[in-house]
Design a protein around this ligand. Structure first.
Ligand code: NAD
Length: 262
């Protein structure tokens, strides 16, 4: 791959997770210095080892995105170690419970909103404030297809991801005068793996009209709605994020790009 991010510092949240690590690895291969931020210290150590094998500079910061002070401190630590953050992949997230809205657990709803929407805002605020001072920034927020078309039984997640799409549009306008572009990605069914298994298992258990009660059947039902008739692979995400962070997308801001097989 091209070394198009040489000399730049990228901050990735949810960096210990599947999508975060895949994107961090890609940005490191393209020459960026990497700050990996996550809540899970063990997984974060593994992610650091993986990114470090590529030879570039990498730092990790433990941080809970739901806590604004923790986010501010993490960004300050990151910048002290690797210099101003010009690239942000704002990606930490949690899928929440699966239940129809009239039965959706209240505490879980609040938790999902705290992480997926308010957490995304916290990171966006702390990082973009510094980008404004530098007059440079490229931001990609991780939304979801659930943030463009509300799926059944995912009230908290769908509402939060719709919020992320809205935040992306608003932030793109607020930050355009400061040479900061803000875009998003909306992955759909990714797998195989834990998320895909969890999602189909939990949808089956909701026992609602939309899905079979057999998880294997749910997989077929979901894939039946995808024009390309297959899951997305993790490797199909990093190139899109890299594109949105690079000058190849220099006239694109405020969009959320579906990665959904149609
Ligand atoms: P994942 O669970 O592998 O990664 C999520 C990471 O976020 C984890 O490492 C977790 O520790 C971290 N995290 C959770 N809460 C946090 C907090 N409060 N503070 C800091 N870090 C926290 O899942 P993933 O599939 O890599 O998901 C990444 C993003 O992609 C999420 O925003 C998710 O909603 C979104 N997404 C995933 C899919 C999919 O099918 N995998 C589809 C659409 C959107």
């Amino acid at each position: 791959v091209e070394q198009r991010f040489v000399g730049q510092t990228a901050l990735v949240t949810g960096a210990a997770g599947n999508i975060g690590l895949a994107v961090a690895t890609r940005l490191a291969r393209e020459g960026a210095r990497l700050v990996l931020l996550d809540l899970d210290g063990d997984k974060l150590g593994h992610a650091r080892d993986e990114v470090a094998t590529l030879g570039g500079k990498v730092e990790t910061v433990l941080c809970d995105v739901t806590d604004y002070k923790s986010v501010e401190a993490a960004v300050a630590t990151a910048e002290a170690a690797l210099g101003p953050v010009g690239l942000l992949f704002n990606n930490a997230g949690y899928q929440g419970a699966f239940a129809p809205i009239h039965e959706y657990p209240v505490e879980d709803f609040e938790r999902v909103v705290q992480i997926d929407l308010i957490g995304a805002f916290h990171v966006l605020r702390a990082v973009s404030r510094r980008m404004v001072a530098q007059k440079f920034g490229r931001i990609v927020n991780t939304a979801s297809m659930a943030g463009l078309q509300g799926p059944p039984n995912m009230g908290a997640y769908g509402a939060s991801k719709f919020g992320v799409v809205g935040l992306t549009q608003v932030a793109s306008k607020d930050l355009a005068p400061h040479n900061i572009r803000v875009n998003g990605i909306a992955p759909a069914l990714m797998g195989p793996g834990f998320m895909w298994d969890r999602q189909t298992e939990l949808q089956a258990r909701t026992n609602t009209q939309y899905f079979s009660t057999d998880p294997e059947e749910v997989k077929k039902q979901m894939l039946g709605g995808v024009p390309m008739r297959r899951l997305g692979a993790m490797e199909e995400i990093p190139g899109v994020v890299s594109f949105l962070l690079s000058d190849d997308s220099s006239y694109i801001t405020g969009v959320t790009l579906p990665i959904s097989g149609g």
